[in-house]
Design a protein. Sequence first.
Length: 262
Amino acid sequence: MHVLVLGGTTEARCLAELLVEVLPAGVGLTSSLAGRVSGPRLPPGEVRIGGFGGADGLADWLRTHQVDALIDATHPFAGTISFNAAAAAAAAHVPLLAVRRPGWVPGEGDDWHAAGSLAEAAAALPALGRRVFLTTGRMGLAAFAGLDELWFLMRSVDAPQAPCPARMEVLLDRGPFTLDGERELIRRHRIDVVVTKDSGGAATAPKLTAAREAGIPVVVVRRPPVPEGIPVVEGPEPAVDWLREHILHRTQPTAGPAQTSG
C-alpha cells in the first residue's frame, strides 16, 4: 500500500510525522512539495519535489506508484493543485481527502477589508494607508507594482522578482511569528495598513492581533474556490482517523477459523 500527501504546509509535515509512527510495516508514504520555496522544511518519509504535469500527470503517478490514498494538505491558496488532485483521484479511482485549516475570523476591534484578489487588495490600499505591511508572499507582487505613492514592507521566505513596488523594503523571514515581533515591526516601520491572505492557522496570525492593537486596517484576500464533494478535515489527527477507517483496515490480518474443543 502507498499513501501520497500533497504538502508544503505545517499540517502536511505534522501529518507525515504522525503517519511514520502509525502506518503498518510495508505501507509506503510519500510527501510531495511544489518546490516554490528554497530550503523547505522536509517531512519524514520519502519526499518528491516538483510538479506532476497537471491532473493527467498526477493520475499517471498515482497509477504507476500504486497509490491507495491521496491526501491534499496543500496551502489554502494553492488552488490549482487541489482541482488537479480531485480530477486525478477520480481518474485513477483513488480515495481523496482534503486537509484544510479553518480561515481567520475577525474579532471585536478588528478593521478588516475583504478583497477577492491581490489586484482588488491593491486597489483598496490608497484609501487605507501609505505604509503597507505586505504579507502575501513573493508571488503576485505585480499587482502592487503601480502604487508608487505607497511604501511597502514585503515579507517572504525567498527574495522577490520584478515587477515589484518601486518603494519597497524586503524582509526575508519564515514563520511562525511572535506577537511581540509583529508589534515591533509595525511600530518600527510606522505601518498603517496590513495586507494578508486568509491563510488561517496560528503561525502567521499574530500580525492580525498586532494590527488590532495598533488600530490599523487589514486587507484580507479571500481564499480561492476549492473542489466540491471532497471529504474535508481541519487537521492532521482527523486525517489519520480517515486513513484508519477507509484504507488501513485492509492491512489488518484476517482472523482464522475459530478453534473448537473436542
